[in-house]
Design a protein around this ligand. Sequence first.
Ligand code: 13P
Length: 259
Amino acid sequence: MKKFLITANWKLNGSYNFINKNIDLIKKINDYLHFCHISLAPPYVYLNYINQFIKNTSISLTAQNVDIHLKGSFTGETSINMLKDIGVKYIIIGHSERRLYHNENINLIAKKFILIKEHGLIPILCIGETKEQKKYKLTEKICINQINSILKLSNNVNIFENTIIAYEPIWAIGSGKIANIDEVKNIIFFIRKYISSFNKKIIENIYFQYGGSVDYSNIDNFLNKTYINGFLIGKVSLKLKNFIFLVKKIEKNLNSNWS
Ligand code: 13P
């Protein structure tokens, strides 16, 4: 059985004060983990600080971004090797907030994906459609485009092996509205089938996360679904007590269904 991967994306939130106040709760999460891994994605500047508290736990570190260069005159950027150096395991790329506010296009995201894989870290590739695109039934096309840009650049579908694809409908992020579970299922199945058409073997080694307004009250919709292997969680991950309730609920559900 694959372990569930719950990624806590803090986005542009947090401070030393916030971490110090919550560090006992953060460490406590580990006591509840049997079927899940947790990965924390604080802003870059706090990755190293948090790392000292989570060593020897099932909690790992995720970076929210990375540059496509490994070194040189690229003011303000951070490289994969630097992230590796401080113990990062996963890197979120293609998040809609970076696509939207930082003009990141599919080619740049494809470059990041391939570079992350080449350097032994694990990309969490966010894909998903806008409200408008959903209205015009373009979800499949948009998601496949995002996958195709990576396939085109790498020319090898095996690049997706041991990676994470996070389906995050853009309209669901921070809106309080989750996606319809049948629609989530359909799009994940569609992507699985598409990748399988190139190589059937690798599909079992790809994780699929759902992200977008996941919280305690709606998480039940997504549990018991064998095609979802985890969640990418924003807002709730900043309220550590609520986040723990959520993790406990997921653990309880996985325990009763899979053990
Ligand atoms: P929310 O959980 O706040 O909707 O954010 C989801 C997200 O964007 C995670 O990357």
